[in-house]
Design a protein around this ligand. Structure first.
Ligand code: HEM
Length: 71
């Protein structure tokens, strides 16, 4: 996305019209959110899960151009 106004995020100021993107790979393999991320462990989704897991799981992307087929 390229915001049309200055964006403030934590201690950062992102000038307007700066292309901003996310990395699905880095989110899905973040070991702080998904311990042992390269292991096939579907049971990691069972029981009390770290709520960040849902926020960091983005196979359909995020935002205005995310997948309309995701539901
Ligand atoms: C497991 C199945 C699917 C996955 C993982 C998936 C994933 C994605 C992703 C990541 C994007 C964003 C692509 C980008 O940013 O360039 C996308 C876009 C899109 N997907 Fe899917 N998709 C799936 C199934 C479907 C289905 C079943 C449909 C339609 C019946 C569909 C229709 C679309 C369309 C039309 C877009 C473009 C949206 C736009 O650009 O505004 N997808 N999909």
């Amino acid at each position: 996305m390229a915001p049309d106004s200055e964006l403030h995020y934590k201690e950062w100021i992102i000038p307007k019209n700066t292309p901003v993107a996310m990395s699905v790979y880095n989110m899905h393999y973040d070991s702080g959110v998904f311990p042992d991320p390269f292991a096939y462990k579907p049971e990691r989704w069972l029981g009390d899960i770290d709520p960040r897991m849902n926020r960091y799981f983005v196979p359909w992307s995020k935002g205005s151009r995310d997948c309309p087929g995701k539901k």
